[in-house]
Design a protein around this ligand. Structure first.
Ligand SMILES: Cc1cc2nc3c(=O)[nH]c(=O)nc-3n(C[C@H](O)[C@H](O)[C@H](O)COP(=O)(O)OP(=O)(O)OC[C@H]3O[C@@H](n4cnc5c(N)ncnc54)[C@H](O)[C@@H]3O)c2cc1C
Length: 574
């Protein structure tokens, strides 16, 4: 097995990973920094896919307090308030850094100020953007800056295990598979950042990129770390619905469409959102997704079984100008977004849950830091559109600074050799069984999609969740009995598919357990058997960890460190 040493090892090259690399390098240019990533640096992950933009309180009439209150109220009082405060305050610093140090061009008003658009669930238009393809601008500039520095890259390297020291008191390094050869590589590091970006790709309709299969969360679970808020899976209301023959189905049509005044229509081409919420199409994602789900359940659907988004009343020319990327995407699938109707369906978009972490991105395992979508606690029960990329860039930079400071008085640690061997044996499970192909895996994937969409999706109840619990356990066992031919291991996508599914099933089990434990309805989590939010003063978040043979799940009280339910930080609030 090839073995490498580095001071700082960063897993993932999204907004979190690349910001961490740049900040750690700026703090200590002599450090050996390595970015290891399942895809190609700059070309993978979801930060690149960001369409709408980045939330930040820049305008004179806006304030970080207002951004904070929107985040807390949107998150249904479950966010960790100190993390949310850090998000809104450092977002200001980060957007200036993106523009002035890293070279991003964002759209501007005629007077030269940065243009900020409306996003649902916010009381002020604060979303900074570059047209409707903001992520490409951010990731391209970040990647160029990383390439220009002495930062090592391990591309097409899949992290498969966080390996501790023999005593288990700290992290020693990470085991990888070099996907280009199929060989194992062990990297020792003084500090490791988990920034693999979660990704709810276990649902039938989903938005994230295919490289995201919850590997980081599955590794954190195996390492004994606690994951919080895992029941909170956000569905974006407007996933493109273009039939099961195209991977375009499920991909997102950005929130700015509803923000700009787009209508949602049922199969009879009637608006329906005001039946569910006075804000209509501009209600938060959870409310709109649930309303759409109810409308679909009533059978009033489009040819592909979803609903429509309609923008034509805003003027086809304006829509074509303001949403160029979206219009082109729809045209590729035969839809006219600017002037006609486009079929849409709610689609799994983002996991609010993730590894419990401190304000400096440390975790309970010394040597392991976390940032971005792998972390939990910033958003609570619901992420505001535009707070995702703010989160990954804000906390990526915090992690970079913190790791650079931390490694100064750390040495490399000896890994637990039997743990490395056990991890290799786990990866080899399907290869040891001899001949086999992808057929069995496709059937597992279809069953996983069905279970998660029907029972652990937009509307949940105890009966469905209990059924999901046993179905997911069966799928895990079914995966362990799969066989994959051990031929050429270079880019053996069937083998990687098996590993993706293993991660997805293990994280799905946590989502189902956390959803069963939360007997109320908050934000993205809706229980038809417990439809009320419950007393906000007694808000608690779920915390789950694997301990020995089973999953331990506790509800822990939220600390209202800055504002209590019913209060506001806004001076002019009642
Ligand atoms: C279509 C779409 C549109 C979005 N639009 C917006 C928006 O307008 N505004 C907003 O705020 N947010 C938006 N988001 C959410 C936003 O993209 C995320 O919140 C954020 O960018 C996540 O950043 P990250 O660095 O945590 O993860 P990512 O950017 O997803 O990066 C994860 C990285 O980890 C790597 N990786 C995964 N597994 C492994 C492994 N096992 N080993 C090594 N590397 C691994 C991946 O290859 C990737 O490089 C959108 C998301 C999607 C999918």
């Amino acid at each position: 097995m090839q073995s490498l040493d580095t001071d700082i090892l960063i897993l993932g090259s999204g907004g979190a990973g690349l910001f961490a690399a740049l900040h750690a390098h700026k703090a200590s240019p002599d450090l050996r920094i390595t970015v290891a990533v399942k895809g190609l640096l700059g070309k993978c992950g979801c930060t690149r896919m960001v369409q709408g933009g980045f939330n930040v309180a820049l305008a004179a009439e806006d304030s970080v307090e207002r951004h904070f209150m929107d985040t807390i109220e949107g998150g249904k009082w479950l966010p960790d308030q100190e993390l949310a405060w850090k998000l809104v305050t450092l977002a200001v610093e980060r957007i200036h850094e993106l523009e002035n140090e890293l070279g991003c061009f964002f759209d501007r008003n005629p007077d030269g100020t940065v243009h900020q658009k409306a996003f649902a669930g916010q009381t002020f238009d604060r979303t900074v953007h570059k047209g409707d393809l903001t992520g490409i601008e951010i990731i391209n500039r970040l990647a160029e800056q990383v390439w220009a520095r002495r930062i090592a890259r391990l591309e097409e390297h899949r992290a498969v295990e966080l390996v501790k020291t023999p005593s288990g008191d700290a992290l020693a390094g990470v085991l990888f598979i070099d996907m280009r050869s199929g060989e194992y590589v062990f990297v020792r590091a003084k500090a490791v950042l988990l920034a693999t970006g979660g990704g709810p790709t276990m649902y039938k309709y989903h938005t994230p990129s295919g490289d995201k299969s919850c590997d980081g969360l599955a590794m954190a679970l195996r390492a004994g770390l606690a994951l919080r808020d895992m029941e909170m899976v956000q569905f974006h209301p407007t996933g493109l619905l273009a039939g099961s023959h195209t991977r375009m189905t499920g991909t997102v049509l950005e929130e700015g469409l509803r923000g700009a005044g787009g209508y949602l229509l049922n199969g009879a081409r009637e608006r329906f959102m005001h039946k569910y919420d006075p804000r209509g199409e501009r209600a938060t994602r959870d409310i709109v997704s649930r309303a759409m789900f109810a409308e679909m359940r009533s059978g009033n659907v489009t040819p592909y079984g979803g609903l429509y988004i309609s923008m034509g009343h805003l003027g086809a020319e304006r829509v074509a100008r303001d949403f160029k990327g979206m219009v082109e995407r729809c045209a590729d699938c035969g839809f006219d977004l600017a002037g006609g109707l486009v079929e849409v369906v709610p689609t799994a978009h983002y996991m609010m849950g993730g590894v419990e972490f401190g304000q400096d991105c440390t975790t309970a395992l010394p040597g392991l830091f976390v940032a971005g979508e792998d972390s939990g606690g910033v958003h609570g029960a619901n992420r505001l559109g535009g707070n995702g990329v703010a989160n990954s860039t804000v906390f990526g930079a915090v992690a970079g600074d913190a790791m650079a400071a931390w490694v100064r008085d750390q040495g490399l640690r000896r890994p637990d050799q039997p743990a490395i061997e056990a991890a290799v044996a786990r990866c080899e499970t399907p290869l040891k069984r001899g001949r086999g192909g992808a057929g069995g895996l496709n059937s597992v994937r279809e069953k996983l999609y069905e279970t998660m969409w029907e029972r652990v999706g937009i509307v949940r109840d105890a009966e469905g969740l209990a059924a999901a619990r046993s179905e997911l356990a069966e799928l895990d066992a079914e995966l362990d009995s799969q066989a994959i031919a051990d031929g050429n291991r270079a880019f053996n996508l069937t083998w990687h598919d098996w590993m993706n599914l293993k991660s997805l099933v293990s994280v799905s089990r946590v989502i189902a357990e956390a959803a069963l434990a939360r007997q109320d309805s908050r934000g993205a989590h809706f229980r038809s058997d417990f439809p009320e939010a419950g007393p906000l003063e007694q808000s608690a978040f779920s915390s789950a960890r694997w301990a020995g043979t089973g999953l331990e799940l506790h509800m822990k009280p939220v600390t209202f460190s800055r504002v209590r339910p019913g209060e506001s930080l806004l001076k002019n609030a009642a």
